[in-house]
Design a protein around this ligand. Sequence first.
Ligand code: ATP
Length: 369
Amino acid sequence: MTPSSTFEIAVLPGDGIGVEVTSAAVEVLDALSAEIGGIRFNWRHYPGGAQAYRDTGVALADETIKALEQADAILFGAMGLPDIRYPDGTEIAPQLDIRVGLDLYAGVRPIRAIAGLPSPLSDSRAAGIDFVLIREQTEGLFFARGRGQVTGDAEARDTMRITRQGSERVFSFALRLAERRKERGRPGRVTCVDKANVFASMAFFRRIFDEQARRFPAVAADHCYIDAMALNLVRHPWSYDVIVTENMFGDILSDLGAGLIGGMGMAPSGDVGDRHALFQPAHGSAPDIAGTGKANPTAMLLSAVMMLEWLAERHGLPACSDAADRLRSAVERPFRQGRVKPFEFGGSSGTAEITRAVVDALRVDARGR
Ligand code: ATP
């Protein structure tokens, strides 16, 4: 970052709708910068993903990983296509390598209902859904990726790895987040999701959570088994504040969470470490709708809000925090006013229409000040 608050942002559009929603985010962030001044973005685009692997034999170049380390933040679309795979049958997913390579241990997945959109739940309290799922993402069951053992045609094994260091840091991340949310009027509670009644690794995970939670007396801490959490998130998702869990459980619960607020196109995410952070929608490349213009860019735009919040906190820049607030309200306003309704919700607003509505909302907001 330069003194004039110009951020170097690495952009990895990737595959499928990743390319479409990333272009929407760049357009909106440029419009934000033009409207409010004080913040600028230098975009550095890099290839990568399944199509890149098919074209060049390389999913993500080593130089690109080095460039990501130099960037102020990373904006990522989606990578992977079901019909392009490695010889062992697994999908091309360089995002998983980036998480480990850049040590982005906390997968931050906010699940928040946006006013003006129909809820898949009939209970009116669903309008108050506002929790954050924290997914550990450098170990857990995903540690097995690339290490699975297949014995002939008779047996296959994948191993879950839970370490003290990996668990302590993600728990303290979740507990600190709950502390900050409490200052803003949220309950200040962290629920650890595990399967401690069956697996030694998960009992270890829970024990470390309890140890860490004792260091944060202002935060309420409790536990829930993963199976019960799947039920509870459908029955009363509004009762949760911060949820923390291992990698695989978090992968599954984040799709469930997106479903609670209407679909994958509404769920943003941040992959955050102590030095680097990457922001991407929680959804994948969605090949079923790629190229149709139907992709909802909202998840990506809310991920851009998270990027601004992270940059603001990291560099102590109130202007950047103000930019995040303005962008969030510009993303939410067209929904609140009933101007757009994404295809996911049975409407007919595609990527271009929603992007335009958000840019218009930014301009109206800037003129009103
Ligand atoms: P991955 O394995 O990479 O997470 P996936 O194949 O499980 O990806 P997604 O790409 O996330 O799945 O898509 C799941 C479903 O949600 C698909 O039917 C897709 O069309 C829909 N979907 C995902 N993202 C969006 C979006 N931004 N707008 C509209 N629909 C979406």
